[in-house]
Write a protein that binds this ligand. Structure first.
Ligand SMILES: [Zn+2]
Ligand SMILES: [Zn+2]
Length: 252
C-alpha cells in the first residue's frame, strides 16, 4: 500500500525536533510522499533543508488566515519569491477562518484573494483552509480561482463539496473522517468520484482513530486511508497517487 500525505505540518515547532523519526515512521507505513505545509519563513527554510535529505518531500507555503494578526508584508513577498523560484508546488494553506477571527472578515478575504491571484499568476494549485466560513470561502474561490486546488481537512456538506468538485477542486479527508460523529462527512466521502479525493493528516492536529488524542504524525495516515477504502469498498492507492500527479505535476 502506497500513500501520499497531502497536508502535513512536519516543519512546525512541535514536530520538527523529531522530524527524522516522523519520516522514518511514515516510510514504514507505506507513505511515499509528503506535502509539507509551511506557514512562515522559518518553516520554509526548514522544509528546503529537509528536501535536500528526502527527495519525496514537496513544499507548499501560504499565509494562514489564523496567522494574519502576526503576518507582515514580507510574508506575502516571500510567497511570490518562492513561486518565482519554483520552490513550492502549491499556495497554501490559505483561506478563511471565522472560528479564530484574528482579523476582520474583509481583511481575511483581501489576503485570501491576494494569494489566490499569485497562484493564478504562477499557475499553481491552492490549498484551502475553510473553517466556519463556507459561504464566503466558496464564493471567493468561485470568483477568483483560475487554478485548481484542494479543500484540506474538509468537514463541510455534500452540497458544498459538489459545488467545489464541479469547479475542478479536490476534497481531502483528514482524521475527522474516522471520528464517531462524522456521519455527514461519511456521506461526502462515499459519494465523491475517486478521481477527486485525497487523504491527509494535518499533523500535528486531529489524529485519526485509533490514535485520537495523541500528537498526530504522518504515519497515522494509514488509519484514515484504510478507513476510506473500507467505507468506499475499493482500493484507492494507485488512484490517489494519480490524482496527486495530475494536480501537481500536470501528468495525465
Ligand atoms: Zn487548515
Ligand atoms: Zn494545516
Amino acid at each position: 500500500m502506497k500513500i501520499i500525505d497531502t497536508h502535513a505540518h512536519i516543519v512546525c515547532d512541535k514536530l520538527f525536533l523529531d522530524v527524522d523519526n516522523i519520516i522514518q515512521n511514515a516510510l514504514s507505513k507505506g507513505v511515499i510522499k509528503i506535502l509539507c505545509i509551511c506557514t512562515n519563513k522559518t518553516e520554509v527554510e526548514r522544509a528546503l533543508t529537509l528536501q535536500q535529505r528526502y527527495d519525496f518531500i514537496d513544499i507548499a507555503y501560504g499565509v494562514h488566515p489564523a496567522d494574519l494578526h502576526i503576518a507582515t508584508e514580507d510574508d506575502f513577498i516571500l510567497l511570490e519569491q518562492l513561486l518565482k523560484e519554483n520552490k513550492i508546488i502549491a499556495v497554501g494553506e490559505i483561506g478563511l477562518d471565522y472560528h479564530w477571527n484574528v482579523v476582520s472578515k474583509s481583511q481575511q478575504i483581501d489576503s485570501f484573494v491576494r494569494q489566490i491571484s499569485l497562484a493564478n499568476k504562477y499557475h499553481r494549485p491552492v490549498l484551502i483552509h475553510m473553517r466556519d466560513a463556507t459561504k464566503d470561502c466558496v464564493d471567493t474561490i468561485l470568483a477568483h480561482c483560475k487554478t485548481k486546488g484542494i479543500m484540506h481537512c474538509f468537514s463541510g456538506s455534500l452540497e458544498t463539496a459538489k459545488i467545489l468538485v464541479d469547479f475542478g477542486f479536490y476534497i481531502s479527508f483528514g482524521g475527522i473522517l474516522t471520528f464517531k460523529n462524522a456521519n455527514n462527512l461519511l456521506e461526502v466521502a462515499k459519494s465523491l468520484p475517486k478521481d477527486k479525493i485525497f487523504v491527509e493528516t494535518d499533523c500535528p492536529y486531529l489524529a485519526p482513530v485509533p490514535y485520537r488524542g495523541k500528537v498526530n504524525e504522518v504515519a497515522f495516515i494509514h488509519a484514515t486511508f484504510a478507513f476510506l477504502e473500507k467505507l468506499r469498498n475499493e482500493s484507492l492507492s494507485d488512484q490517489l497517487i494519480e490524482n496527486y500527479e495530475k494536480l501537481f505535476y500536470g501528468k495525465n
